[in-house]
Design a protein around this ligand. Structure first.
Ligand code: GLA
Length: 388
């Protein structure tokens, strides 16, 4: 989000909503695009996301008198929410589902001993929602930073990431992994973030791509079954790990899989095969990224998509179509090295590795398939708080 250009519009909009008085600050959190390592995070595996050049901003201001009341307005939906930090509960109104990310984050911070204070929150941003770019983790993280600042407190980025994950589990009903809030909070510009989800160790991998960039093409499709199927996949993996007497699939080797194959359902077998292969691909991808091996990166993207579609069964016709169209277009000009779905799947976006100069032409050619639009990605810094 280009705060430089939005600053005066946003502060005027804030004051129009909550009254004049200045003292407005902003917590700004990027979205993320996962380059590779899909559906591995909740299996204790490896992931390699970048933070992207689209953001959610939570503008905030302390209450004038000491108060425990939080007022929220989101200009993204034109909706409001009010709650008291003394007794935070999820809302059951389906129209207000978005507010559960704010309340859930507040609740998770309070549970970690943060004495929350009242104030006003104004949500804005340019990050597409539901596109597989972690808009909810960006909202959680920006909200968390805003609430911490209102309370005059700080928290290590990884601890905040765990609080945001808890908000998703308890208030939004998705049993997501730790990748999204970690990438949103800890990413570094010009780098991909190699995260070991078992130890939460982060290694910033430099992106050595001269003439190539990552770009996303958003199908514009959002399938309703995404969160229920997500929880189902996670359940299958946990069950398979338990059958093999392991804590998580991260601890399972190919030998274990062969030894226990007869005890797994054919779906469980496919899910495990994807996770084992995908963890290997992450390591190969990280190495290829730092030496700028475009051909290898493209092949790994396509292999990951194939595995997600065939073995993990989280793709859909629209995502497959974008990947196929990118490949067909590239058969003519060789500008696209490879592509795969990014994020949870069942709609959302495809991430591709593309010659930077070819992006405008690809954006045009893909428009009929990428109805949600396309974005040329700049690997960006993680979330921060700034004066407005
Ligand atoms: C969603 C979840 C993540 C991760 C991905 C799939 O984005 O929020 O935790 O599991 O799906 O890789």
């Amino acid at each position: 989000m280009d705060l430089k250009h939005e600053r005066s519009r946003l502060s005027a909009a804030f004051e129009q909503r909550f009254g004049k008085g200045g003292g407005i600050r902003a917590a700004i959190a990027p979205g993320r695009s996962n380059l590779i390592g899909e559906h591995t995070d909740y299996n204790g595996g490896l992931v390699l996301p970048i933070a992207v050049n689209r953001h959610i901003a939570v503008l905030f201001r302390s209450a004038r008198q000491p108060s425990s009341h939080i007022s929220v307005f989101t200009e993204l939906l034109g909706a409001t929410d009010e709650f008291d930090v003394g007794g935070i509960k999820p809302t059951t109104d389906p129209m207000q589902h978005w507010a559960n990310y704010v309340r859930g984050t507040a609740h998770a911070l309070a549970k970690r001993g943060i004495k929350l204070k009242g104030g006003e929150l104004y949500i804005a941003g340019d990050l597409p929602r539901g596109a597989g770019l972690a808009s909810s983790a960006a909202l959680d993280t920006a909200t968390g930073l805003a609430l911490l600042a209102l309370a005059g407190r700080k928290m290590p980025a990884q601890e905040l990431a765990f609080a945001c994950q808890e908000a998703e589990h308890r208030y939004a009903g998705v049993r997501c992994g730790i990748m999204d809030p970690t990438a949103v909070g800890r990413a570094k510009a010009g780098h991909a973030l190699l995260l070991d989800c078992r130890s939460v160790k982060v290694t910033h991998v430099p992106i050595a791509l001269k003439d190539y960039s990552f770009a996303v093409f958003d199908t514009g499709v959002r399938h309703k079954l995404a969160s229920s199927e997500y929880n189902k996949r996670r359940g299958e993996c946990e069950h398979a790990a338990a059958v093999m007497k392991k804590k998580s699939l991260r601890d399972v080797s190919l030998e274990d899989l062969l030894k226990h194959a007869h005890k797994l359902t054919s779906n469980e077998h496919k899910r495990v095969r994807h996770v084992l292969g995908e963890n290997l691909r992450v390591m190969q991808f990280a190495a290829a990224l730092s030496r700028g091996d475009v051909e290898e990166l493209g092949a790994l993207l396509l292999a990951s998509h194939h595995s997600l579609a065939q073995d993990y069964c989280v793709s859909c016709a629209e995502l497959d179509e974008v990947v196929a169209q990118l490949q067909a277009h590239s058969a003519k000009d060789h500008a696209c090295a490879g592509a795969r779905l990014t994020g949870g799947g069942f709609g959302g976006a495809v991430v591709s590795l593309l010659k930077t100069e070819a992006f405008p032409e690809y954006a045009k050619a893909m428009a009929p398939h990428a109805r949600g639009g396309s974005i040329l990605l700049t690997p960006s810094d993680g979330a921060c708080v700034t004066a407005l």
